[in-house]
Ligand binder design. Structure first.
Ligand SMILES: Cc1cc2nc3c(=O)[nH]c(=O)nc-3n(C[C@H](O)[C@H](O)[C@H](O)COP(=O)(O)OP(=O)(O)OC[C@H]3O[C@@H](n4cnc5c(N)ncnc54)[C@H](O)[C@@H]3O)c2cc1C
Ligand SMILES: NC(=O)c1ccc[n+]([C@@H]2O[C@H](COP(=O)([O-])OP(=O)(O)OC[C@H]3O[C@@H](n4cnc5c(N)ncnc54)[C@H](O)[C@@H]3O)[C@@H](O)[C@H]2O)c1
Length: 467
């Protein structure tokens, strides 16, 4: 068997893996990246990019409807799908391959598998196996795959998973969606706006976006219902049938829903199948747990970044972990201090920033009230109606939204902030800075928001607090 030595091997060229390669090469190490499908990963071709391309027309149409004097024509699904195709480069990864090769790093097409300490076997499409040996580190960045719940008949009913929704060519007229999380809400709304006239969301829990502040899910459910989406909370699917078309979804209350397609969006699990974890003494199954330097405890040459480690299933957090990991690997390889503040992941545990690109948008950073209380903080919260902020009112008639800040009363700093409303995504980074830097509220008071912007919400929240 051919064998090649290299400083660092990265398995998986998604956003996390690519960024590890970028950092280790910048630090003077050689790197081989192993990718079995498309360089750029789930995010570039099947997840973040196409979903946001599909959602943008819906967002813009909602904005236009709120401003008198503008004419809104009918949505042209073919043009929207064409722009989506352009955004994913027609599923061609040439640009990302160029980027990797220019680092320079070596890209190996094939499936990577741990074969022993510092050893990775790469099986190419034609079955040829190449053995790689890492002088310093192996970094696992294989991402995650969707979960299919064990509902009788579901697997046989050929349900759609997130990739089917983001690569859609023909929008089904009747769409059922199982789940009430981020994928269900984003893709349910996007497909409804593109022509899925009968869209039904089947949500097991008592609200949408269960990990966020409940008011955000409530506002989103109101908006979906106003747009004609049937949002069913507390819905338990007992059985799914599909002999030919349509698919029939049976619920515990005895009712049934007919749909042309059923999208299942019930979470994701780490992509650990056949990764060879057992070859290095690790249990095969759950997320690959890491310490804050992204190293797998007990295996000093092995690291895991991105969705695979289960910390936060978000592109920007995977890339952040990749920067930490790459720099740690370089520091350790060169015998430099590896415990500087920039070389530790301190952001994942605090509540990662996240934007849900629905109408209204929902975004949050840090702890929810529930999480802050569970963590034992002396919590006080303040809330404010975003529609009462002049900058929001000027964006359009009937602007509806809300903001909530969670405060550590003992230290008078922000623990978390949530916004729900049209175009709130760009408010999030200010919140992220305030939460991350633990800016005292008395200092934040002097960060004066410009008039008339939606950012005046900061002033209103602080006034509500009593400043
Ligand atoms: C519909 C949808 C929308 C999303 N939207 C957003 C969003 O707006 N913002 C956001 O922050 N996050 C979003 N996410 C989450 C985001 O896509 C992931 O967090 C991100 O892609 C994780 O990056 P990663 O590099 O860890 O893994 P991935 O992007 O999954 O990349 C892993 C790569 O590893 C390769 N691979 C796997 N196993 C092997 C192997 N054994 N050998 C070789 N190669 C292998 C895969 O082919 C893949 O290219 C979304 C997810 C979904 C499903
Ligand atoms: N804009 C973004 O940042 C964005 C967009 C899409 C996806 N993502 C990431 O992708 C990940 C996966 O998204 P997702 O929506 O699949 O997962 P999720 O964890 O956000 O939501 C899963 C949903 O499925 C429900 N569910 C779970 N098991 C079920 C079952 N057996 N029966 C019925 N319902 C069940 C849950 O109650 C929840 O409502 C998320 O963690 C998210 O971080 C991010």
């Amino acid at each position: 068997m051919q064998s090649t030595d290299v400083d660092v091997i990265v398995i998986g060229a998604g956003p996390a893996g690519e960024n590890v390669a970028g950092r280790v090469v910048r630090g003077g190490l050689s790197c081989a990246v192993v990718e079995e499908h498309l360089a750029g990963g789930e995010c570039s071709y099947y997840a973040c990019i196409p979903s946001k391309a599909l959602l943008r027309p819906m967002e813009l149409a909602a904005e236009v409807r709120r401003v008198p004097g503008l004419e809104l024509g009918p949505v042209d699904p073919a043009a929207v799908l064409a722009r989506r195709d352009e955004a994913v480069s027609g599923l061609n990864d040439g640009g990302q391959v160029d980027w990797i090769e220019k680092l320079p790093a070596t890209l190996l097409r094939g499936r990577g598998r741990l074969a022993g300490p510092r050893l990775v076997d790469v099986t190419a499409l034609d079955g040829t196996v190449t053995r790689l040996r890492a002088r310093h580190a192996v970094v696992l960045a294989t991402g995650s795959v969707p979960v299919l719940p064990p509902v009788p008949g579901l697997a046989e009913a050929r349900p759609w998973l997130s990739r089917d929704a983001t690569t859609v060519r023909r929008v089904p007229a009747r769409l059922a969606v199982l789940g009430g999380g981020v994928v269900a809400c984003e893709m349910g709304q996007a497909l409804h706006a593109l022509g899925a006239r009968e869209t039904t969301l089947l949500v097991r829990g008592s609200g949408l976006l269960g990990r966020m502040e409940p008011f955000a899910g409530d506002l989103l459910a109101d908006s979906m219902r106003a747009a004609g989406i049937d949002v069913r909370l507390g819905a338990e699917v007992t059985r799914v049938e599909r002999d030919a078309d349509p698919v029939v979804v049976h619920l515990a209350d005895g009712s049934a829903i007919e749909a042309d397609e059923l999208l299942v969006a019930t979470g994701r699990r780490p992509a650990v199948d056949d990764l060879g974890l057992e070859a290095v003494g690790l249990a095969d199954g759950g997320p690959v747990r890491v310490d804050d330097s992204m190293r797998v405890p007990g295996v000093d040459w092995l690291y895991a970044v991105g969705d695979l480690n289960g910390r936060n299933l978000l592109t920007h957090m995977g890339k952040y972990q990749a920067r930490v990991c790459g720099d740690v690997v370089v520091a350790r390889a060169k015998g430099r201090p590896d415990d500087l503040p920039a070389l530790r992941d301190t952001s994942d545990g605090r509540g990662a920033p996240q934007v849900v690109f629905t109408d209204p948008q929902v975004c949050a950073v840090g702890r929810t009230e529930h999480a802050a209380r569970a963590d034992g903080f002396d919590v006080r919260t303040v809330e404010y109606d975003l529609g009462r902020v002049s900058g929001a009112y000027l964006r359009g008639d009937g602007y509806t939204g809300r903001a909530k800040a969670v405060i550590d009363e003992r230290r008078r700093v922000l623990l978390g902030v949530t916004f729900a409303g049209p175009a709130v995504a760009e408010l999030l980074h200010a919140a992220t800075v305030a939460v991350t830097a633990e800016v005292p509220l008395d200092t934040l008071w002097h960060a004066v928001p410009a008039f008339p912007t939606v950012s005046e919400i900061w002033l209103r929240l602080l006034e509500e607090y009593g400043l």
